[in-house]
Structure formats: structure tokens, C-alpha cells
Design a protein around this ligand. Structure first.
Ligand SMILES: O=P(O)(O)OC[C@H]1O[C@H](OP(=O)(O)OP(=O)(O)O)[C@H](O)[C@@H]1O
Ligand SMILES: O=C(O)c1cc(=O)[nH]c(=O)[nH]1
Ligand SMILES: [Mg+2]
Length: 194
């Protein structure tokens, strides 16, 4: 799929939002990609996962044992990536603020893991989720995501990163808002507590 075709999927799902958003990292943005709306169409979710899987090097696709995603946003695309790659898909979640394995999910030491996210902005959530996987003994080979919106800030996840599409939407610190955002109330669509 081309970048234009992928963005057309977001627009068709009314998932490209404009307003004033407080992001997971605490930064602010005029734009938000609501991946849950893109993925609520199961056929579209499957199509995007197949396209994302095709971005991965063949050797990585063959070597990976398991998909692990950070909840909530990573769960659906992680599951669809598991289907596309023929691998089990589990998730880490953070009911008390730190990502952990629950629900009987386990990672056997040495398991080769592909992390799957919906959106990567600063990479903070990705790094925290990888720490949980490594603490359980998993070996993180790479990360894949639907959207890399870090474009321009050259984040380093510490492993190879394969986004389906990269978009450069500016983000701002709370004390450095542009005039169009200053004085407007930010909404926080994601579920990170702090
Ligand atoms: O790269 P980052 O700066 O960490 O931002 C991206 C993260 O933010 C969103 O999750 P969020 O924490 O909002 O929670 P959710 O997945 O539960 O909605 C998204 O799903 C990524 O996990
Ligand atoms: O950084 C985020 O929290 C974020 C940005 C975005 O565009 N979409 C999303 O789901 N999360
Ligand atoms: Mg998330």
C-alpha cells in the first residue's frame, strides 16, 4: 500500500482528528490518529496488518516466535499481525501504571518477540513495554507499528522499527503551545493514567 492509500483508510474511518489533544507522552498536538476507529472495520484491520507484515524483512517474519503489544492501542493490530504472520499474539497492560503480563500470558525465556504498536510518537510506551518483555525473559527482535508520528525527531527504540506509514505532525510541550492551541482545552483520548 502507498502512503496515500494508507492515509485514505484513516480518512475513510474518520480517524484523522483535528483539535487539541494531550498525547500519552504529555505533549500536545493539533492532530490525533484514532487507530481504534480504523481497526473497528475488521476487514480493513486485516488488510492493514497484511500490509504491515509485508514491510518486515522475510528473515524477521520467519524468526519471530510471538507478537507482544502494549494495551490498549496495540491489542487489535497486534492480534491481526499475529494472524498475518501465523504467530501467537499476547499483550502487556498497565492497570497499576507499569506494563505487566496478566491473564495467564507468559513468555518463555529466549522467546523471540516482535513488538506491535498502533502509533509511536516519542517511543516512551514502546520502550516501557519492551522492558516488561525483557523482564520476563523475552528477546525483542524488532517493533512494527501502523503509524510512526515521530517523523523528524529520530526516536531510537533500540531495535529495528518498521512502521506502515510515517507522518510528521508537530507536537508541543505544555508550556510552549502555538497560538491556535493556547487557551483551548486539550482532550486526552488515550488510557495512560499518568
Ligand atoms: O510513543 P508514545 O509517546 O509513547 O505515544 C504512543 C502511545 O500512545 C498511545 O497509547 P496511550 O498511552 O495513549 O494509551 P492506550 O494505548 O491505552 O490508548 C498509543 O497507543 C501508543 O501506545
Ligand atoms: O502520542 C499519542 O498518544 C498518540 C498520538 C496519536 O496520533 N494517536 C494515538 O493513538 N496516540
Ligand atoms: Mg498505547
Amino acid at each position: 500500500m502507498t502512503d496515500d492509500e494508507i492515509l485514505a483508510e484513516f480518512r475513510a474511518a474518520d480517524a484523522l482528528l483535528q483539535g487539541h489533544f494531550l498525547l500519552s507522552s504529555g505533549r500536545h498536538s493539533e492532530y490525533y490518529l484514532q487507530c481504534a476507529r480504523v481497526l473497528m472495520d475488521t476487514e480493513r484491520a486485516g488488510r492493514l496488518a497484511v500490509a504491515l507484515a509485508a514491510k518486515l524483512p522475510r528473515e524477521l517474519r520467519q524468526t519471530v516466535d510471538m507478537i507482544v503489544s502494549p494495551a490498549m492501542g496495540g491489542v487489535i493490530i497486534g492480534h491481526e499481525m499475529g494472524r498475518a504472520l501465523g504467530k501467537p499474539a499476547i499483550f502487556v497492560e498497565r492497570p497499576t501504571g507499569t506494563f505487566e503480563l496478566r491473564r495467564g500470558f507468559a513468555i518463555t525465556p529466549g522467546t523471540k518477540v516482535l513488538m506491535v504498536e498502533d502509533v509511536v510518537t516519542t517511543g516512551l510506551s514502546s520502550r516501557e513495554a519492551m522492558a516488561a518483555v525483557r523482564a520476563a525473559g523475552g528477546e525483542v527482535l524488532a517493533e512494527a507499528a501502523l503509524v510512526d508520528r515521530s517523523a523528524g525527531s529520530t526516536i531510537d527504540l533500540g531495535v529495528p522499527f518498521y512502521p506502515l506509514v510515517a507522518i510528521n505532525f508537530p507536537t508541543y510541550a505544555a508550556d510552549d503551545l502555538p497560538p491556535e492551541l493556547a487557551g483551548t482545552q486539550a482532550i486526552k483520548p488515550g488510557s495512560r493514567a499518568n
